[in-house]
Design a binder for this molecule. Structure first.
Ligand code: B12
Ligand code: SF4
Length: 612
């Protein structure tokens, strides 16, 4: 094509126009009183709203009371855009030029990303946290938004206490909320407040939102405008690319839900089989859920490292300088075989196993090394048995002083040689985090259904074998137990306590943590079928030697099927109908386990520890 033709084509594609851009808020007396009115798509100053004189006097220029919100004039600026009509015709030149133009003309917009947590140190009234891990989801989403030209501001309540919203949010911002189970209710409150402060849109993601997308979108006043229904970063990227051009209600991005009536995601088998088939038929881009993280975007490193060193420093050869980070070197859990998940598991995407490309892996390793990380917690579920991942890490020369990985007892018992392989990557200290769940075979076989391999012996023996393998290898163990799986009784709880005592004896200082918990019934888990399947409820009751009438089932479960978070009363009903203990008894066993661990030399207790 001739040069003159190219110029002519560019001129034809260009559409110059004056558009409104964000007002200059700093010129207004109190910018925090400027709020965005989504229906008018305009900003209004509310600063005189409550003033008596303003309520009683009329502005002679407008004829309105001074107390009525005043429209804040938008600034006008010349924007050169490409002609969308040509773009829509899929004219190849137009498309090429369009991509170029959208990237170069993008203006800096702000994304405020918040990890929401409502269970901050409530007993002490101290909202500061003493946590040790950052939020990788925030870092991933922030990285993508930043790559798309956004200024990214982050606040992780889990690490730093409640968000100072007024200071963080500026009118026109997009606010992104990361919501797991302990953030849902507060997330809705924060979303409303963010809108009052002028946020243009509030979006939400992470596991609880994913499983409750329809319920979030059904909230009457629409505090949250869009929900991300998976881990896809392509969806996140497209959102930030397209939101500048369109109104949020016009977006049509797979993985972004803007209204009710979306497909209900869950870890129930039927749903997972459908998702598996879709992935197989459509093909899936493995790298879709990975990005090379811009670790510096996260603002709380110093406080986390200080906490980590104070609590875990003594376990490292460099106690005063150890830098712990989170990483994701694969996604999904191999135990699922694509469709079969432990009964309580509420991890979204757990059955969708993906390993990143070599390039993604190489660049990620480089990013962690450049950041000075030497203690890497890889958050991939059951990473231990992913031979390919450990092999690739070795081939790429990855090596950190310490690593934490997730492993399953069955995976360890059947592949003990992988302990050596992982220890080639984690040169000084390998910690494996295992969900042992129970010291009773009945619970492991029928209560939590701990394996997708049928008829292959004792899960309890696998738990024990895994402990013995770890002991021999010199690695370390962090494991968890649950009091309250279907069919749980005092006898089975005692067996779990017995298992705890045995692991302390067997592992000594190699046992870092045993954390115990009640059985959490959460939406999205396979067992949440109990909210819509009476036959299943009867089956669960049968495991405890009980029965449940249809009326009881409707009163105690079905009635709550559409709430955002399973309430405590349902949790109590769970224990009442499906176990032989109650919630208090489960808590008593939790306390007993904590007391036993407290006497164990070198152990670390719980999650919300204060620095010593
Ligand atoms: C590492 C980890 C932690 C760390 C770090 C905190 C965190 N929330 O990430 C620590 C140890 C601190 C922790 C604490 C807790 N955790 Co946790 N944790 C995990 C774990 C193992 C990995 C998370 C991870 O890093 N994934 C990799 C990153 C890249 O993905 P991601 O965080 O899911 O984010 C992606 C998407 O969800 C989405 N996304 C996430 N946030 C947002 C926000 C926006 C705006 C958008 C658009 C998208 C988006 O985009 C990201 C990119 O793909 C998961 C289990 C798992 N394997 O997923 C449990 C998990 C998330 N935790 C869980 C729970 C329950 C907790 C606690 C409540 C435990 C407790 N009792 O205290 C606390 C809550 C802390 C909190 N409010 O964040 C549950 C959540 C269940 C649910 N359905 O809500 C999970 C799923 C485990 C489980 N038991 O099922 N956790
Ligand atoms: S082994 Fe862990 S991650 Fe895998 S399905 Fe079971 S609970 Fe979920």
């Amino acid at each position: 094509m001739k040069y003159s033709q190219v110029i002519l084509m560019m001129i034809l594609l260009i559409k110059p126009e004056f558009v409104e851009s964000l007002p200059d808020f700093s010129k207004w007396p109190d910018p925090s009183k400027i709020k965005y009115d989504a229906s008018e798509r305009a900003y209004y100053d509310h600063s005189l709203e409550g003033e008596n004189w303003a309520i009683s006097s009329v502005n002679p220029e407008t004829g309105k009371r001074y107390s009525e919100p005043t429209k804040v004039p938008m600034k006008k600026k010349l924007v050169v855009s490409i002609r969308q009509d040509l773009f829509n015709q899929k004219n190849s030149y137009a498309v090429m030029a369009g991509v170029y133009m959208t990237q170069s003309q993008r203006t800096t917009r702000r994304l405020v990303l918040i990890n929401v947590e409502q269970m901050l140190n409530e007993q002490t009234g101290d909202s500061r946290q003493y946590r040790v891990w950052p939020h990788l989801g925030l870092i991933f989403v922030g990285t993508v938004a930043n790559e798309e030209g956004y200024e990214v501001v982050m606040w992780d309540e889990y690490a730093a206490g409640f968000t100072p919203l007024e200071q963080l949010i500026r009118p026109g911002d997009i606010v992104g909320l990361s919501l797991v189970i302990t953030g849902m209710d507060r997330g809705v409150t924060l979303a409303r407040k963010a809108k009052e402060l002028g946020a243009q849109y509030v979006i939400a993601g992470n596991d609880s939102t994913i499983f409750r997308a329809n319920q979030v979108m059904a909230l009457q006043d629409r505090p949250i405008d869009a929900v991300f229904t998976g881990n896809s970063l392509t969806a996140v990227r497209r959102f930030f690319r397209e939101i500048g051009e369109s109104n949020i209600n016009q977006l049509q991005i797979p993985g972004v839900q803007i209204a009710t009536g979306g497909e209900v995601r869950s870890n129930e088998r039927g749903r997972l089989i459908t998702e598996l088939k879709t992935r197989k038929s459509e093909g899936s881009d493995n790298d879709d859920v990975f990005v090379v993280p811009k670790l510096n975007l996260y603002p709380h490193w110093d406080v986390l490292w200080a906490n980590y060193r104070a609590t875990f420093g003594h376990k490292h050869s460099n106690p005063d300088t150890v830098k712990n980070v989170l990483a994701l070197f694969a996604q999904g859990c191999t135990r699922t075989r694509g469709s079969d998940v432990c009964s309580y598991c509420t991890i979204a995407g757990v059955a969708d196993v993906r390993v990143p490309s070599i390039e993604m892996m190489t660049r990620s390793i480089e990013a962690y090394n450049a950041f000075g990380a030497d203690m890497v917690f890889n958050t991939t579920d059951s990473a231990y048995e992913m031979h390919k991942v450990v092999k690739t890490l070795q081939e790429l020369g990855a090596s950190w002083k310490a690593m934490t990985i997730y492993g399953r007892a069955q995976g360890i018992a059947r592949n003990p040689h992988l302990l050596d392989e992982w220890q080639k990557v984690a040169t000084e200290r390998l910690l494996i985090n295992v969900g042992m769940d129970s010291g009773s075979d009945d619970m492991l076989l029928k209560g939590v259904v701990k394996s997708s391999v049928e008829g292959c012996g004792s899960r309890l023996e696998e738990n024990r074998e895994a402990v013995r393998c770890i002991q021999k290898s010199g690695a370390h163990l962090h494991y968890s137990l649950i009091f309250g799986s279907p069919g749980e009784s005092k006898e089975t709880c005692e067996k779990s306590i017995g298992f705890l005592e045995w692991t302390i004896e067997t592992l000594g200082h190699q046992l870092d943590i045993c954390e115990t918990d009640i059985y959490w019934l959460n939406f999205g888990s396979p067992v949440s079928r109990v909210f819509h399947d009476y036959g299943y409820a009867q089956q669960l009751a049968g495991l405890a030697g009980k029965s449940i009438t249809k009326e009881e089932w409707q009163r105690d479960f079905v009635r709550y099927a559409e709430v955002l978070v399973v309430p405590t009363t349902v949790e109590e009903s769970w224990y009442h109908h499906f176990t032989k203990i109650d919630l208090n008894t489960a808590q008593t066993y939790n306390q007993r386990a904590a007391r036993i661990m407290a006497q164990h030399t070198g152990s670390i207790r719980g999650r919300a520890f204060r620095p010593v």
